[in-house]
Design a protein around this ligand. Structure first.
Ligand code: FNR
Length: 376
């Protein structure tokens, strides 16, 4: 693992504080920041205080590292129920951020979800990634949406994750600081700049001049989000690709039911780490009701607040099949590149393995609702 690893923090909080010290203040603000009062982000973490584990003893489970954490989710087989969450604009943290993360995820047998807002193209990531999914920010142009999805499928993506909580970016005060906006603008648009449908909309190739690049950025601003999407639009996606489809950012059980009725194979219960609507419910509070609403008609995944192995256990006990891990590995990427991401993911996986053993779970089938006390 290299000499740098012992120097790295041992907790998610540790990654955050080290990143605060070491990273460019604007890059740190981009990762750490959430919407408005940042109450949603705080609620995500606090919710785990209310769902306490009641571990079982004397179950004769096997020792560390031998427990069976394998899972199949949306048709993808993973060694552990963990994927790296789609995190955009990684060039703020590392020149080859998406490629690094996808490579480390593959090495450790976990999944990775590539953001539409990536700083590397789907083709670059597909060349190194193992079991990866493509996250779609559905643009305000169906031709472009189709092109993104079909490029991802050709590049080897195993599922499409449509993020529906971001028809436009949330109100994020830390990014709105005057010095931050120019720093962020024009980043994370590699998939647009390399897309034939996008390029056909431009008066000149963005490589040619600063003016052409400015036009490309303006075109991106106009196309980024889509406020008109309805559940029925999933039928278009079904036409464009054979891959399983998950919908990310659902918090209401009725919305979950609607998208499953409309053909989604999976739901990713998430509030975007509190970066979209402020003062919303904690994502963890939405999980149980959504699992109850969709039953076994769809695979339910969870993110927004996963920091430890017990957090994963809690989400699984509430009915999630797998979780996405977000900010901590992003900090680790910024601090230490590939060894940092490897360290962050290995810590989480080892902590999860330990939590399984200490709560009497030999495999994921043993992680059930009765592992949790009734919430206070
Ligand atoms: C995100 N998230 C996100 N989601 C998405 O669908 N597409 C994206 O491009 C991004 N970009 C992004 C950037 C940064 C810096 C963060 C922190 C988050 C949301 C992400 O996938 C996930 O939902 C959250 O990270 C979960 O919250 P925690 O656990 O990281 O706090």
């Amino acid at each position: 693992m290299g000499g740098a690893v012992p120097e790295l923090p041992m907790t998610a909080d540790g990654f955050e504080s080290r990143a605060r010290e070491l990273l460019d203040a604007r890059a740190f603000a981009y990762v750490a920041g959430s919407a408005s009062s940042e109450r949603t982000a705080a609620a995500n973490l606090a919710a785990f205080e209310r769902f306490r584990l009641v571990p079982r003893m004397l179950r004769g489970t096997s020792g560390p590292g031998t427990r069976d954490t394998a899972v199949e989710v949306l048709g993808t087989k993973l060694a552990a129920p963990v994927l790296t969450a789609p995190v955009g604009v990684l060039e703020l943290l590392h020149e080859k951020g998406e490629v690094v993360v996808a490579g480390v995820a593959k090495e450790l047998g976990v999944g990775s979800v590539l953001s539409t807002a990536s700083s590397s193209t789907v083709e670059e990531v597909g060349a190194v990634a193992g079991d990866w999914w493509y996250q779609l920010y559905w643009p305000a142009d169906d031709e472009l949406a189709r092109s993104f999805v079909q490029r991802a499928e050709r590049a080897g993506a195993r599922a499409i994750v449509v993020t529906v909580d971001t028809p436009s970016l949330g109100w994020r005060p830390r990014d709105l600081e005057l010095a931050h906006l120019p720093f962020l603008l024009g980043k994370g648009i590699a998939n647009y700049l390399s897309d034939p449908v996008f390029r056909a909309k431009l008066p000149a190739p963005p490589e040619e001049s600063e003016d052409a690049m400015r036009m490309a950025i303006l075109t991106w601003v106009g196309l980024f989000g889509n406020h008109t999407l309805r559940p029925a639009d999933l039928a278009k996606l079904r036409d464009w690709t054979d891959l399983p489809i998950a919908v990310k950012g659902v918090l209401h059980p009725d919305d979950a039911r609607l998208v499953v009725d409309a053909g989604a194979d999976g739901i990713l219960v998430s509030n975007h780490g509190g970066r979209q609507i402020d003062n919303s419910i904690a994502a963890l509070d939405a999980l149980g009701p959504i699992v109850a609403a969709v039953g076994d008609r769809a695979d339910v995944l969870f993110d927004s607040g996963i920091r430890t192995g017990s957090d994963i256990l809690t989400a699984l006990a509430l009915g999630a099949k797998a979780v996405c891990y977000g900010r901590p590995w992003a900090y680790a990427l910024g601090i230490a590149g590939a060894p940092g991401v490897r360290h962050a993911l290995r810590l989480l996986l080892a902590d999860f393995d330990s939590a399984m053993g200490l709560s009497g779970c030999a495999d994921l089938a043993g992680v059930t609702r009765d592992l949790l006390a009734v919430p206070r």
